[in-house]
Ligand binder design. Structure first.
Ligand code: 4FV
Length: 261
């Protein structure tokens, strides 16, 4: 997969390429990352890339020309490197909220050009002429699009075949089935007064996956009921969720105790 990022702070991407799975995946050639600084495409004497907003108001706006030139150069590099299905994405609070589903969708492209903005934003004509898609990582305002670009890239890189070794598999990822992940446990078996749920020590894979599904359903129902709305649960899953709810509110359950307190 090819990533080209247009950014005023290329050094920030060391965070992605400098450690962990995303470093290893790059060094084993699973993806390529090329960084483009729009300042290198600025034609004015001061190599400036921003200016005051027409109509007044606070802050600065990124100028169309340096960005358009940088984005075209990035797309040109991708097509000369064999990219067939490229897409240009602007990271912005005005974008589609990023979900695992959108990660799967964007993962079908063999090349992504990402625009990381700064200041108040970019000249609207960049969006009209150079951008295919806008993605937001959340309803809050950051100082730049670099971290959102790295969030998107991390989510894409880890699902490239070969990026994760078995221990890091994506199979049971949160959201892989639209649900939140089940609780995870490892040694020690007992920590203070808290022991690992016995079913996980039973070695009975059927009971274990049933418990995990029930916990995922219950946790999703408790924390993110909005996720359940767009999911069509199987009759078994419905029964498991009802069972969870019953247990959740059984008088002796921790939750009920909390309610009583
Ligand atoms: C953002 C987000 C974000 C807006 C102004 C950069 C900032 C500044 N991008 N998801 N949330 N961008 O806050 O993607 O230029």
């Amino acid at each position: 997969m090819h990533f080209d990022v247009v950014t005023l702070f290329p050094e920030m991407f060391d965070a992605l390429t400098g450690s962990g799975i995303t470093q290893r995946a790059r060094s084993s050639g699973l993806y390529e990352l090329v960084l483009w600084n729009p300042r290198d495409f600025s034609t004015n004497a001061y190599r400036s890339v921003d200016d005051r907003p027409y109509g007044g108001g606070p802050g600065m706006v990124m100028m169309v020309e340096p960005l358009a030139k940088a984005l075209r150069a990035a797309r040109q590099r991708q097509s000369s490197s064999g990219v067939k299905h490229g897409r240009t994405v602007f990271l912005s609070p005005q974008g589609r909220p990023l979900t695992q589903q959108i990660v799967e969708e964007l993962g079908k492209h063999d090349g992504l050009v990402l625009l990381a903005g700064r200041y108040e934003g970019v000249d609207e004509r960049v969006l009209q002429t150079e951008i295919d898609d806008q993605i937001s990582i959340g309803d809050y305002v950051l100082s730049g699009g670099e971290l959102p670009a790295m969030v998107l890239m991390d989510a894409l890189i880890r699902r490239i075949p070969g990026a994760l070794n078995d221990a890091e598999s994506v199979q049971q990822d949160s959201f892989s089935n639209g649900l939140l992940d089940c609780p995870q446990y490892t040694r020690p078996e007992v920590y203070g007064r808290d022991a690992v749920p016995a079913v996980l020590l039973s070695g009975h894979h059927g009971h274990i996956s049933r418990w995990r599904m029930k916990q995922s359903l219950g946790r999703t129902w408790r924390v993110r009921p909005d996720l359940l709305v767009n999911l069509s649960l199987s009759p078994e899953q419905m029964a498991l969720l009802e069972e969870y709810k019953m247990e959740e509110y059984k008088p002796e359950s921790k939750k009920a105790q909390e309610h009583i307190k």
